[in-house]
Design a protein around this ligand. Structure first.
Ligand code: SF4
Length: 263
């Protein structure tokens, strides 16, 4: 491992293209790879451990490295460019600039996967408005489940996430999807989830289920489709496909929204 400018390890900001069930061949851009950095610590996170649990934005990787790495990457074989990587991409202060650079170099559609915890911040809204598609995480319909599943930094609540997504969607010109990691819902939770989705009115709801083993520690390749983890890992709880499909069908019937179920 070398060194880029004396500060950053010589790991590329670009990974893949990896196969994505919603996006096809997706070229990943990781503006965070110096560590695993997120304002959540989701119980199913494929990165394993979030080492830096923060809601403070800053520049982790300089834009010149993103430009150099993009030129060196196999971007031509990708269908889209996706900002995701080693944590929450909106915590990178140079996200907007990196989105514009990625589109200028590749001419491809740009997607951001976000935990949606920071959509009330003006700078984050400006950055995300530069993307063609934004996929927002929404895993729970009550505060207790939200805190248990997503483990946000202090001060982030389900209401603040929901209101952030709803208000962002009102002014966003691009395509907004909700990504939800399926949890079993009781009737009250289901009704509330339907209400939130109806109010947000996303272009699509993607129902996911954890498929990857969860490593005990973070390692940089956890951002992509790696072969095996160098750390002990825990298998996620398996959800029956029929349960996921019938939940999707019920959600479709109740909301009238486009519901995509993980194959
Ligand atoms: S929001 Fe994403 S990166 Fe952050 S802990 Fe959850 S799954 Fe991991």
């Amino acid at each position: 491992m070398g060194d880029t400018d004396g500060t950053y390890p010589r790991v590329s900001t670009i990974y893949g293209p990896v196969d994505s069930w919603r996006l096809g061949k997706s070229l990943g851009v990781d503006l965070l790879f110096v560590n695993s950095i997120c304002s959540f610590r989701c119980i199913y996170c494929q990165l394993g451990k979030i080492n830096l649990h923060t809601s403070r934005r800053r520049v982790f990787v300089p834009i010149r490295q993103v430009i150099a790495d993009l030129h060196r990457s196999d971007w031509k074989s990708a269908d889209v460019v996706t900002f995701s990587g080693s944590g929450e991409p909106t915590l990178a202060q140079n996200l907007g600039e990196a989105i514009r650079v990625a589109r200028a170099i590749t001419g491809k559609e740009v997607v951001v996967l976000t935990n949606a915890a920071h959509l009330h911040e003006v700078e984050v809204i400006d950055d995300l408005n530069a993307a063609d598609k934004v996929f927002c995480k929404l895993d729970a319909a009550d505060e207790k489940t939200f805190q248990r599943v997503n483990k946000p930094v202090e001060g982030i609540t389900l209401s603040s996430v929901f209101e952030g997504i709803r208000d962002f969607k009102e002014q966003y010109k691009g395509y907004l999807a909700i990504q939800s990691m399926y949890q079993p819902y009781d009737e009250d939770q289901f009704r509330e989830f339907v209400r939130m989705l109806t109010e947000i009115s996303p272009h699509e709801v993607q129902l996911n289920t954890p498929t990857r083993a969860i490593p005990k520690e973070w390692f940089v390749d956890a951002r992509g489709n790696y072969e095996e983890t160098p750390y002990p890992a825990v298998e996620p709880r398996k959800i029956e496909r029929s349960e996921l499909e019938s939940f999707g069908e019920r959600l479709r019937a109740e909301t009238g929204l486009e519901i995509a179920v993980h194959p």
